[in-house]
Design a protein around this ligand. Sequence first.
Ligand code: C5P
Length: 398
Amino acid sequence: MSLANRHILLGVTGGIAAYKAAELARLLVKAGARVQVVMTRSAGEFIGAMTFQAITGKETRSDLFDSAHEAAMGHIELARWADLVIIAPATANFIALMARGSANDLLSTLCLATAAPVVVAPAMNRQMWSDPATQANIETLQEHGRLILGPAAGEQACGDVGPGRMLEPADIFDAVNGMFTSGALAGVRALVTAGPTREAIDPVRFIGNRSSGKMGFAIAQALEEQGAEVTLVAGPSQLPTPSGVTRIDVEAALEMHNAVMQIAADCDLFVATAAVADYRPETVASSKIKKTAESQEMRLVRNPDILADVAALASGPFTVGFAAETDNVVAYADEKRQRKCIDMIAANDVSSQSGGGFDSDENALHVLWEGGQQELPMTGKLRLARQLVELISQKIHA
Ligand code: C5P
């Protein structure tokens, strides 16, 4: 429930308040946000790109036609990367560009290309601020859903006194921080399973699957952002633990089952995203099986269904399952929801033409619950996780 790991695109335009944007960048970085600064050409007259780079650890960008940067992360990708865009300071000229929908440099193009909320902190001489043209542009931005922060009134760099000063960095920070700290799940104890399992055959071999764990890790992060106390029981995965999340690493389905059953009864929410092996070898060879026989037989036995076992707990948590299907996605998922007696199921089309699923960075879900359903269209897994968490949060509170 914080700015931690949020992707903030900080747009700096050419006014004297640009030097204060460095302090804003520092506050955001300190709060754990990932900050990418984009400067306009005129911002460079007031502050150096190197200042921001030193603070954010990311190269400052300014050029729309920079082939090296475009190859690494193109402007559309950057626009998608952002969870929030902050323009601070926003000059009268840049506000006019935004109001017109111009895309004549990298920053104005990003403002048009992003689906993320855009926050604007105007900074200009008081006369320029009160000019009807500027006021009309501000109204237009508000109509377009942009959030205007400030300006403050007071002494100005030019010697005038009046409205037009950029809000202080700490005030902009507080406003932005408030946007991410709804804490809808504050106090909720959540348990998430993620990743694949490995079912040992002998000391060096196992039966596994292609799950990357990305969806489950994203859900753990999204739950934490909303204030939940999150435990993530993860099968083998190289993914970093989302900040604030308690991680328990396991290998096999039986271990995952044990870890989950020890805590599930004390949890309010269980989200099962793990791709748990349905079967495991009946016996595990104690030493490496030699390549002597012409053929081998291996007997497999059923693993416990972790999700169904949690759903069967008396006064257990609110349960959310996943269903990876290749056809009849919605019907099969709903059948699974009813059979396993779970509260909500997120169906996932993993057919080859779907474009989402196992190792992909994007996914789409069809979420079903008793008496309702909602489609969550293809998008990045973290954004999708946040949308799913929003739905879960509504259902829990209902
Ligand atoms: O029955 P199926 O494996 O398709 O169900 C998928 C859902 O059940 C997922 O949420 C998965 O995490 C969960 N599951 C489980 N334990 C198993 C098998 C599946 O928790 N042994």
